[in-house]
Design a protein around this ligand. Structure first.
Ligand SMILES: [Fe+2]
Ligand SMILES: [Fe+2]
Length: 482
């Protein structure tokens, strides 16, 4: 049953792409599978491979009920290949081929560009699993541990999603790329992952929540842009991945929210009015709000680097060729070709930050990034409302896009979170006011003591409002010893 809503769940690889009728691709995936399992056991969650985890598994692509929950040992998770159902008569929504039937096979002239897009997206998925592999050992509760592992297995499935496209549509070089995706390692000095933010450490749970809020949200934006693709199998794959991705950002947003709540409650209870009285707040065993701001500055700026250069020929080509669209392209009201349009971009001119109109096609990375910033602000606003409601005089602010950048034009300058440009010396003297210092990280590390009794939570984080799958907070979300 190709292209349907029904999923073949019986074989090694659950799928709705008729793998049974496609011996070549099935064999390629089954050949790749043992290497994937080896990678998962080596680089996946450390120390919990035998634990029973209450996980959701995608078993359908029906938006009304696509997942089932149950206890699974992670190496036995059913990583499947699931594409959103085919939309009959779909046409290429943008670019030079706008209005032509969507491609069901790789357009020959864009083969290399398409392969590169798949590999870059694919590389981020296992990278985050590698970055988060030590966190199980310090989980603040079984609920949080389960959420971590849920995110991890789904990032694994997203790798499968990209590997399926590489193996089905790219033959030999697709198989080589699929193999290479298992060889690179986050942070490795010889064979690192492809993008900077995916080689950073995720040393503690506050970083994990910031990562899932900010960096998984870059994933959402990239998937949204690829979901518009004229290459229909990519569009369908990304549409289904987005269903899973929403939970990752939920974990991040509610995680940060619970840290904030706990801090504000503890301050109130202790009668501490000044959020900048860091020593007294920390003595309560909670994370002070200025340190939360610093963590946010770090993860936000690292994530902005993922959007690439301000002015980009690659971005223009990917759009013009019909491979990668804009965020919600199908909801935008213009000619979807942008040949004569301009877009305002913040640039670095003679060491100053200035807005400049650039050809809209060349500015597409910044358009996606601007959409990202708006999207990211939503949760920050909700965090601030909670702080206000809890009666603490403090507000979190997204830093300026020029702050702490390593990619693009602002990598040449230094700017504080308000966007004030400064010398390297002034930056070095003040860096620890804006980004986590060694002492900040040591303090956070000191809080990372595991709590593994069902229904109990570490003192630095509030319990969640709701459990998973309608289960209560004290449910045993992970049976650590199997
Ligand atoms: Fe993902
Ligand atoms: Fe994700």
């Amino acid at each position: 049953m190709p292209d349907g809503i029904n999923v073949d769940y019986d074989g090694l690889i659950p799928n709705n792409v008729d793998l049974n009728g496609d011996a070549r691709v099935r064999k390629a995936l089954e050949t790749w599978h043992p290497g994937y399992i080896d990678w998962w056991k080596d680089m996946g969650p450390e120390g919990f491979q035998e634990s029973l985890v209450y996980l959701r598994t995608a078993v359908s692509v029906d938006p009304k009920g696509w997942a089932k929950f149950g206890y699974v040992k992670m190496p036995d998770y059913k990583w499947g290949v699931l594409l959103a159902p085919k939309v009959e008569g779909r046409t290429i929504p943008f670019g030079a081929h706008k209005g032509e039937p969507a491609w069901q096979d790789v357009p020959g002239e864009y083969r290399a560009m398409l392969r590169r897009l798949l590999v870059i997206q694919g590389d981020t998925e296992p990278a985050s699993v590698e970055q988060q592999r030590h966190l199980g050992a310090t989980a603040p509760s079984l609920y949080d541990m389960r959420n971590l592992f849920q995110v991890n297995v789904e990032e694994g499935r997203h790798l499968w999603a990209m590997v399926y496209l590489l193996q089905k549509y790219f033959g030999k070089d697709g198989r080589e790329e699929a193999e290479a995706l298992l060889q690179r390692r986050s942070g490795d000095k010889d064979t690192p992952r492809m993008l900077g933010a995916f080689n950073e450490r995720t040393p503690d749970w506050l970083s994990f929540f910031m990562f899932t809020y900010f960096t998984d949200r870059d994933g959402k934006m990239q998937l949204e842009a690829l979901a518009q693709s004229g290459f229909d199998p990519l569009s369908r794959t990304c549409r289904f991945m987005l269903t899973e991705e929403a939970h990752h950002m939920f974990v991040g947003e509610t995680g940060v929210m619970r840290v904030i709540e706990r801090t504000c409650q503890a301050m109130k209870a202790a009668g501490i009015e000044d959020p900048n009285d860091i020593a007294r707040v920390r003595a309560l065993g909670v994370v002070d709000l200025p340190t939360i701001q610093k963590k946010m500055n770090l993860h936000f700026s690292l994530t902005l680097d993922l959007f690439g250069n301000e002015v980009s020929t690659n971005a223009a080509n990917a759009f013009n060729s019909g491979l990668k669209g804009r965020y919600r392209e199908d909801k935008l009201d213009d000619d979807h070709q942008l040949l004569n349009a301009v877009y305002p971009v913040l640039r670095c001119v003679d060491g100053a930050i200035v807005p400049q109109d650039v050809p809209a096609l060349s500015g597409l990375n910044m358009r996606l990034r601007d959409d990202y910033v708006v999207d990211a602000q939503g949760g920050v606003t909700r965090w601030n409302k909670a702080i206000e409601k809890l009666g603490v005089a403090f507000q979190l602010t997204l830093p300026h896009v020029a702050h702490n950048r390593a990619i693009g034009e602002f990598s040449a300058i230094e700017a504080d979170p308000a966007g004030r440009v400064m010398s390297k010396v002034e930056w070095a003297d003040n860096r620890d006011r804006w980004l986590p210092s060694v002492a900040d990280n040591l303090f956070i590390a000191s809080l990372m003591q595991p709590v593994s009794a069902a229904g109990e939570y570490a003192g630095w984080i509030a319990p969640p409002k709701l459990g998973v799958d309608g289960k209560p907070g004290e449910f045993e979300y992970v049976k650590i010893h199997g």
